[in-house]
Design a binder for this molecule. Structure first.
Ligand SMILES: [Zn+2]
Length: 189
C-alpha cells in the first residue's frame, strides 16, 4: 500500500506550524506536498518485492573466484532521527554456480536503503539476501557512511565515518578470504 500522501501533507503542515512557521507563506505553500512525495520515494523499499527487484537476473557461472562490486552509493534515513545517512557499500561474494547481474546488487542495496534504517541492520540485510538469493559460498558486505544526525546535531563530528561489515559463510570461516575481500575493497594493505 502506498502511503496516504494527503494525510502526510496535513501532518507536515502541523509540523511547520509547531516549529513556528507559517505554512501559508509563499515558500512553504507547496512544501507539505513535496515532503510527502519525497518520503514516499525515500521509503519505497517497503513496497518493493525481492522477486521483482532481482527479476531472475541470476546467471550460471562455474567460476568460484570472488566477485566484488565496489562503491555502490547508499542513501538511507536513520530510524532514530529520520535524517539521512549516506556513503558507499562494497559487496563481495564467492558464487556457487550462480552470479547476480551487476545492476541487481545496486538495486538490492536501494531496496533496503529506502526504508528507515540502522546502518548495522542495512549491512546485514544486504549480506543475507545476497547469500540466500544466489546461494553463495560466502558473502562480505562493508559499508562506510556519514550520518547527518551526528554531523548536524548531537556530537557534531563533521568528519566521522561509520564503518560496518557483515560476513557470512566462507568469509566468516576463512581469515584469508576475509582478508582478500578487505584488500580488494581497499580497506587493507
Ligand atoms: Zn540518527
Amino acid at each position: 500500500m502506498p502511503p496516504n500522501t494527503e494525510k502526510i501533507e496535513g501532518l507536515v503542515r502541523q509540523l511547520l506550524e509547531e516549529l513556528g512557521e507559517d505554512p501559508n507563506r509563499e515558500g512553504l505553500v507547496k512544501t507539505p506536498e513535496r515532503v510527502a512525495k519525497a518520503y514516499a520515494f525515500l521509503t519505497n523499499g517497503y513496497r518493493q518485492d525481492l522477486g521483482t527487484v532481482i527479476n531472475q537476473a541470476l546467471f550460471t557461472q562455474t567460476t568460484s573466484s570472488m566477485v566484488i562490486v565496489k562503491d555502490i552509493e547508499v542513501y538511507s534515513l536513520c530510524e532514530h532521527h529520520l535524517l539521512p545517512f549516506f556513503g558507499r557499500c562494497h559487496i563481495g561474494y564467492i558464487p556457487d554456480g550462480k552470479v547476480f547481474g551487476v545492476s541487481k546488487l545496486a538495486r538490492l542495496v536501494d531496496m533496503y536503503a529506502r526504508r528507515l534504517q540502522l546502518q548495522e541492520r542495512l549491512t546485514e540485510q544486504i549480506s543475507e539476501v545476497v547469500m540466500n538469493e544466489c546461494g553463495a559460498k560466502g558473502v562480505g558486505v562493508m559499508m562506510e557512511a556519514r550520518h547527518l544526525c551526528m554531523m548536524m546535531r548531537g556530537v557534531e563530528k563533521q568528519n566521522s565515518t561509520m564503518v560496518t561489515s557483515s560476513v557470512l559463510g566462507v568469509f566468516r570461516e576463512h581469515l584469508a578470504t576475509r582478508e582478500e575481500f578487505l584488500t580488494l575493497v581497499g580497506r587493507k594493505g
